[in-house]
Structures are given as structure tokens and as C-alpha cells.
Write a protein that binds this ligand. Structure first.
Ligand code: GLU
Ligand code: ZN
Length: 288
């Protein structure tokens, strides 16, 4: 008889509806779905529609159709509901706000009035080349987060400069990033009242009881940032499994701009999704 895990596995697929899913997403999401299935756990579909300017309802519809076509099966999600509803991130703002308040009360964050592009970009996950520059700390010493007004400015998390953040990744093994060098004080809340990806992701993964986060290796540095948030919020962090990224023939990371590689295009060309899963190596569950 197989031993039941003490903590039932809860995984998630968390696409952002800011474009069509492509082959790279298929690879990561297939691994996420397979890991939940093999662990006899649950898979949650979360619609990461935090950024009001970039999220589109047609991409939410396409994401659900693409994932169904790929063969992923989830037990909770925006299309079917579940005990952790709502599954649209944009409807979970009170929870994100509560997490911000905890960080403010603990003086882990400070208000920042710099108007920078990375503040606007903060609502979406920083994939690889578009990760934010290390913040020079201009507003760090200005004021405490406790006496700042709640609206109208952005909030940054004060990272422990020089500290090594390490974790053992389920796929890639030991990982180490240095706070203040590999990443700086990062945005947790935008100045227009939109939570940043880093904070919303941690608050939702925690509230949804996620036990393992499967994501692309381009988010390794974000995982280090998020581990600091878990610690500050006094929450137990999930396990992490980062998938190596697919590259095209020229060695470039597959991205949304490779239009022909969207799952929608492949679906419409009647490509067999089973063939696609094999090709992408998405079913591989152990490190190379
Ligand atoms: N919505 C994020 C994205 O699409 C989720 C990343 C993650 O935390 O796994 O990149
Ligand atoms: Zn600033």
C-alpha cells in the first residue's frame, strides 16, 4: 500500500492573461500538472490578472482553452470555483492589502516616491531579461512605513543587504542569491494601489495552501525575494521546483513574441497535444 503524504500536495498553474500561452508555458505547466497528479494531490488554476492595463478577458478564455487542450486537469479554478475562491487575483485585493499592512506594521517596507518604470512593471512577474535593476535605496532612510499615508506612494521591501538567501530547488538543487547584489529593495505595492506580483503571489500561494510552486527557472531570483516575504510574514514557504527554459533553434528563450509557437496557433493547426508534450520534454520530472 502506498504511504499517504502527511501534507496533501497542492500545486498551481498561475498564468497571467497578458498574452497567449506559448510552448514554454506548455512545458512548465505540463510538469506542474504531472507533479500534482503523481503526488495524488490537487492542482489549482489561478488567473494572475493583477495588472489592469495588460490583462485581457480574451487571454483568460484562451488560457483555459489552451490548458484544457494540452490535457491539464485542475480541481479548483476561476472556471469551476473551489474552497479558496476567488481564483482571479484581481478579486483578492483585500488579502494582498492585509499582507501589506503586516509588512508595514513590522517595518519591513518603506514608502518610495521615485517614479520609475520598474514600479509600473511590478504587477507582472519579472521574467529573465526584464527583471528590475537593483534599487539604489534612494527612499530607504526617508521615513518609516508606519507613518506614511496608505495610498499614493509605492512600497518597497527592505532587503537584508549582504545576506545569502539559499534554498534547495526540487529540480535544480542548491540555489544561492545575495540580497543587495542579485536583487535590491523590490516593489511590493504600486503607487496606483495595485499590489506587486511578488507580494500578491506569496499572499495567494499561502492562502491557497500551495505546497509546491512549479515555475520557470527565469523566476529563481523572484523565489529568493519571495522567501524573504514568507519570513517577514511568518508564513511557512512552499517547496519550489524550477523548470529549465525551452530555447528556440538560435538559443533564445521562447517568449510571447514567437507568435507561431502559441498554443492557440498549434491547437488551430490540429497539432496533437500528446506529441507536443513529448517534444517539449514537459513530462520529465527529474533533473537532467
Ligand atoms: N503569473 C506569473 C507568470 O505568469 C506567475 C509566475 C509564478 O509565480 O509562477 O509569470
Ligand atoms: Zn524611492
Amino acid at each position: 500500500m502506498s504511504r499517504l503524504p502527511i501534507h496533501p500536495y497542492r500545486g498551481r498553474l498561475a498564468p497571467s492573461p497578458t498574452g497567449l500561452l506559448h510552448l514554454g508555458h506548455a512545458a512548465t505547466f505540463w510538469v506542474a500538472a504531472e507533479r500534482a497528479r503523481l503526488a495524488q494531490g490537487s492542482l489549482i488554476l489561478r488567473n494572475d490578472d493583477l495588472d489592469p492595463a495588460r490583462s485581457r478577458p480574451e487571454y483568460v478564455r484562451a488560457m483555459i482553452a489552451d490548458l484544457q487542450w494540452l490535457g491539464s486537469k485542475w480541481q479548483e479554478g476561476p472556471d469551476i470555483g473551489g474552497p479558496c475562491a476567488p481564483y482571479n487575483q484581481s478579486e483578492r485585493l483585500p488579502l494582498h492589502r492585509a499582507a501589506l499592512e503586516t509588512l508595514r506594521a513590522g517595518n519591513f517596507v518603506y514608502p518610495c516616491t521615485c517614479s520609475r518604470r520598474d514600479v509600473q512593471a511590478a504587477a507582472t512577474a519579472p521574467h529573465a531579461a526584464d527583471d528590475e535593476p537593483v534599487y539604489p535605496g534612494t527612499c530607504r532612510a526617508k521615513s518609516s512605513s508606519r507613518d506614511s499615508p496608505p495610498g499614493g506612494c509605492c512600497f518597497r521591501f527592505r532587503v537584508p543587504d549582504g545576506e545569502w538567501i539559499s534554498f534547495v530547488d526540487g529540480n535544480l538543487g542548491e540555489q544561492r542569491f545575495r540580497a543587495g547584489r542579485d536583487f535590491g529593495d523590490f516593489v511590493v505595492w504600486r503607487n496606483d494601489g495595485v499590489p506587486a506580483y511578488q507580494l500578491a503571489c506569496v499572499a495567494d500561494d499561502h492562502a491557497m495552501g500551495i505546497t509546491e510552486v512549479v515555475r520557470g527557472a527565469d523566476l529563481l531570483v523572484s523565489t529568493a525575494r519571495q522567501l524573504l516575504l514568507y519570513r517577514a510574514l511568518d508564513w511557512v514557504a512552499p517547496c519550489f521546483f524550477h523548470c529549465t527554459l525551452l530555447r528556440d533553434e538560435e538559443g533564445r528563450r521562447l517568449a510571447k513574441r514567437h507568435g507561431a509557437m502559441t498554443l492557440k496557433a498549434l491547437r488551430e493547426r490540429a497539432v496533437d497535444p500528446a506529441e507536443l508534450r513529448g517534444q517539449s520534454g514537459a513530462g520529465r520530472l527529474t533533473p537532467a
